[in-house]
Ligand binder design. Structure first.
Ligand code: FES
Length: 361
C-alpha cells in the first residue's frame, strides 16, 4: 500500500500526491461529507447514554460500508484538534440492524474515548474502516454457551446476544458480567429487555468495587463460576475483558474451550524501563531526523515532537502503526524482547528505540 506524506507535516506534498479518485473524494466530500468513492464514512444520527461513562453512537453509513459479523470491531477515525486519530471500537448492534452502533467507554487517559463521550454530536461524521476480528459466532452455533465479560468487554457480547435474539436461537446462554459499581454497568436496560424477551438467556451482574442491593459482589472465583454454571464443561465460553479478568478466568476454566478477546489497556504495556540515553531516529520518507528520549513508545515520542504517524489502538493489537524499520534496534514493550539491527516491520506503538533507527516513515 502506498504511504502518503503526512498531510499535517507536508500539506503541499500531500496534495501533489493525490490521485484522481482522491481528488474526486475531496470534491464529493465538499458536496456532502458522507459522499466518497473510496472511504467508508458514517454520520452520527443518535447518541445514547449506556452507563456513567459510556455512550452508544447510532450511525448512518455510506455505500462503502460492507457490514460486519456480531462480535467484530471497527477502526474509527476522527479529527481532534486538526489531527486524525484512529481507534478500534466494537460494534454493539446486531449485523442486520439498519443502523450499526458502536459503544465507547471512557478510558483513563483515552483521548479518543473521552472525545467521543464528551464532544461528538448528532450530525458529526466519522470515518470507518472494515470490520474485523475473530470474536464471532461459528457457523454451527453451540447449544450451550457461557459468556464472561468485564467493563467495556461487554460490547461485542451485546452484539452477539442481539444477533442470537434476531436469529431466534433455541439454545442456552449464561452471561457473567463484571462492572465496578451499579452505574458502571453498560447496557443495563438493554440486557434486562433481552433477558425478558429470550428465555434462553440468563444474566448475572457482578459488582467488583461498590456493593449494591440485589447484585453479586466480588471478583471471579471457582465457587461463583461453578454455582452459576454447573454444566461448565458442556459449554463454549466467550471471554472478553481486561487482563486481570482474563488471566484468572482462563486458569479456572482449564480445558473448557474458550474464544477470547483481550482488551489491553495502554498502561498495561510495560514502559517502566527506559533505554540508555536519547536515540536519533531518521524518518526516511519525511526527510527528518528526530531525537527520541527512549522513555516512551516511538509512536508517542514522535507525537510529542508533532509528528503523527498512522495509529489505531496504541496497544499492539490493530497493526495500524506497523512500519518498516530499515536499520537499528528496538525493544518490543509487550514482551521486552530486543530486536536485531536489520530490516523488519515493527509496531511503533509498542516499540522503544534502543539505538539509532531508520524508519520508512
Ligand atoms: S496502533 Fe494498533 S498496533 Fe500500534
Amino acid at each position: 500500500m502506498k504511504t502518503l506524506p503526512f498531510i499535517y507535516n507536508q500539506p503541499k506534498e500531500f496534495l501533489a500526491s493525490l490521485q484522481p479518485k482522491e481528488w474526486a473524494d475531496f470534491i464529493l466530500g465538499e458536496i456532502n461529507p458522507l459522499f466518497s468513492l473510496t472511504a467508508t464514512k458514517a454520520r452520527v444520527i443518535g447518541i445514547r447514554n449506556e452507563s456513567l461513562d459510556s455512550k452508544t453512537l447510532v450511525l448512518k453509513t455510506n455505500r462503502n460500508w460492507k457490514g460486519f459479523q456480531a462480535g467484530q470491531h471497527v477502526p474509527v477515525t476522527i479529527e481532534i484538534a486538526g489531527r486524525r486519530v484512529t481507534r478500534f471500537y466494537s460494534l454493539s448492534s446486531a449485523p442486520g440492524d439498519k443502523n450499526p452502533t458502536i459503544t465507547v467507554k471512557k478510558q483513563n487517559g483515552g483521548l479518543v474515548s473521552h472525545f467521543i463521550n464528551e464532544r461528538v454530536q448528532v450530525g458529526d461524521i466519522l470515518e470507518l474502516g472494515a470490520a474485523q476480528g475473530d470474536f464471532v459466532l461459528s457457523k454451527e452455533i453451540p447449544n450451550k454457551i457461557l459468556m464472561i465479560a468485564g467493563g467495556s468487554g461487554i460490547t461485542p457480547i451485546h452484539s452477539i446476544l442481539q444477533d442470537l435474539s434476531k436469529r431466534d436461537y433455541k439454545g442456552q446462554v449464561k452471561l457473567l458480567y463484571f462492572s465496578r459499581f451499579r452505574e458502571d454497568i453498560i447496557f443495563y436496560d438493554s440486557f434486562a429487555k433481552l433477558e425478558a424477551e429470550n428465555p434462553w438467556l440468563e444474566i448475572k451482574h457482578v459488582l467488583t468495587d461498590v456493593k449494591a442491593e440485589g447484585f453479586d459482589f466480588g471478583f471471579l472465583t471457582n465457587e461463583m463460576l461453578h454455582s452459576f454454571v454447573p454444566d461448565l464443561t458442556d459449554r463454549l465460553v466467550y471471554l472478553c475483558g481486561p487482563a486481570p479478568l482474563q488471566g484468572p478466568a482462563k486458569f479456572m476454566l482449564g480445558d473448557v474451550k474458550i474464544i477470547s478477546e483481550l482488551f489491553l489497556l495502554p498502561n498495561q504495556v510495560n514502559f517502566s524501563t527506559s533505554s540508555k540515553g536519547p536515540k536519533e531516529v531518521v524518518l526516511l520518507q519525511s526527510h527528518r531526523t528526530i531525537l527520541l528520549k527512549g522513555e516512551k513508545s516511538i509512536l508517542d515520542e514522535l507525537e510529542d515532537n508533532g509528528i503523527y504517524a498512522p495509529s489505531g489502538c496504541k496497544m499492539g493489537i490493530c497493526h495500524t502503526c506497523v512500519c518498516k524499520k530499515v536499520s537499528g534496534s528496538v525493544t518490543n514493550l509487550m514482551n521486552q524482547t530486543v530486536s536485531g539491527e536489520g530490516e523488519e516491520n515493527i509496531q511503533i506503538c509498542v516499540s522503544r528505540a534502543e539505538a539509532r533507527l531508520e524508519l520508512d516513515l
